[in-house]
Design a protein around this ligand. Structure first.
Ligand SMILES: C[S@@+](CC[C@H](N)C(=O)[O-])C[C@H]1O[C@@H](n2cnc3c(N)ncnc32)[C@H](O)[C@@H]1O
Length: 320
């Protein structure tokens, strides 16, 4: 393994010996069961240290070994690591190197925190690690994190689902290079839906991205938010349109660690949700009669009243 290995900040000279392998059961405590190893895959959020969850911070604090992606995760997250914890930068580690650490953890009863950016359910190489842990018979837990797409929406001050404008969010990336897209998953195909799209891992091919978005059917004036290193100290957030996306990316020389939000929801205004309308009732709130009549009239006028009766029933029961 070529990974750099350090101990956590503030470690005392002897701190490296203060690991679970030293505190694991030994001859003096025959009754104690051997401590089992554990791998916790931790979502560290988009960058800002205070976007780490309490559960993530606890998993890092309890770890004997912390594996983190120095290029994607801010160093502040390591402040949660205990003095003496072994710190490995995954940048130079292959999956085999990481699995070797998990094997050691299994043998020696160590707790490993494997830190990923954002949420581990998205482009984190998470599944292959879960599968290897199953093969090793070591317990694995996943701690969710704040994904970059929700962090960028928050910075932009936008909700990604707007009534009657966009009710779906597509999380995707451009195909090509090392990662071909499965059939039917090209950005061009998803763009046909015209709803909100979050595009990861694609800044280096902004020309291709713009072409696929336009060919898929987004009008050129569709709003786009581009965020580079969102929540980091040097965060850059730009607003443009699908028509100006490529020139904006190139002007600012963005090629990595950049996320795109695309779709009409990013500028829609003047709409309101059905659920919080005073004319809507559900299990926890009565409708105001006048507002209920007004709501019904508005829905009839917009043609929504013709919707199937079953759908109406679900709505009124608070099911939507
Ligand atoms: C390997 S993927 C990991 C995604 C991560 N699991 C998540 O939920 O955000 C890395 C890509 O996520 C996006 N990304 C992650 N953190 C970001 C941030 N702080 N600002 C902008 N984009 C970010 C970029 O598109 C980047 O190329």
């Amino acid at each position: 393994m070529t990974a750099t290995s350090n101990t956590a900040p503030n470690a005392t000279p002897n701190a490296t010996s203060n690991t679970a392998s030293d505190t694991a059961p030994n001859a003096s405590s025959k009754a104690a069961a051997p401590r089992a190893g554990k791998v916790t895959i931790v979502g560290a959020g988009p960058g800002a240290a205070d976007l780490l969850t309490f559960r993530a911070a606890r998993a890092i604090a309890e770890a004997d070994v912390v594996i983190w992606a120095a290029s994607l995760v801010r160093e502040e997250v390591l402040e949660h690591a205990r003095a003496g914890a072994e710190i490995l930068d995954s940048a130079s580690m292959s999956l085999e190197d990481v699995v070797a650490v998990y094997e050691r953890a299994s043998r020696e009863g160590l707790a490993v925190a494997r830190i990923h950016s954002g949420d581990p359910s998205l482009w984190g190489g998470t599944q292959e690690q879960v599968d290897r842990c199953a093969e090793l018979g070591i317990e694995v837990e996943i701690v969710p994190g704040v994904s970059s797409f929700s962090a960028v929406a928050a910075i932009a001050g936008r909700e990604l689902t707007i009534p009657e404008v966009a009710q779906s969010v597509i999380l995707t990336r451009l195909g090509g290079g090392k990662t071909p897209m499965p059939p039917g998953e090209e950005v061009r195909e998803f763009a046909r839906h015209g709803t909100t799209m979050a595009v990861f891992l694609s800044a280096a091919r902004s020309g291709q991205l713009a072409v696929e978005l336009l060919e898929g059917g987004y009008p050129t004036d569709t709003p786009v938010v581009i965020a580079h290193q969102a929540t980091w100290p040097d965060e850059l957030v730009l607003r443009c349109t699908v028509g100006t996306l490529e020139e904006t990316v190139k002007e600012h020389r963005l090629w990595k660690h950049t996320l795109f939000l695309v779709g009409p929801a990013l500028s829609a205004s003047g709409t309101r949700s059905h659920l919080y309308h005073p004319g809507h009732f559900h299990g926890h709130r009565r409708a105001e009669p006048a507002a209920r009549r007004a709501l019904r009239a508005a829905r009839r006028a917009s043609g929504v009243a013709g919707a199937p009766a079953a759908r109406e029933t679900v709505r009124e029961a608070g099911g939507e």
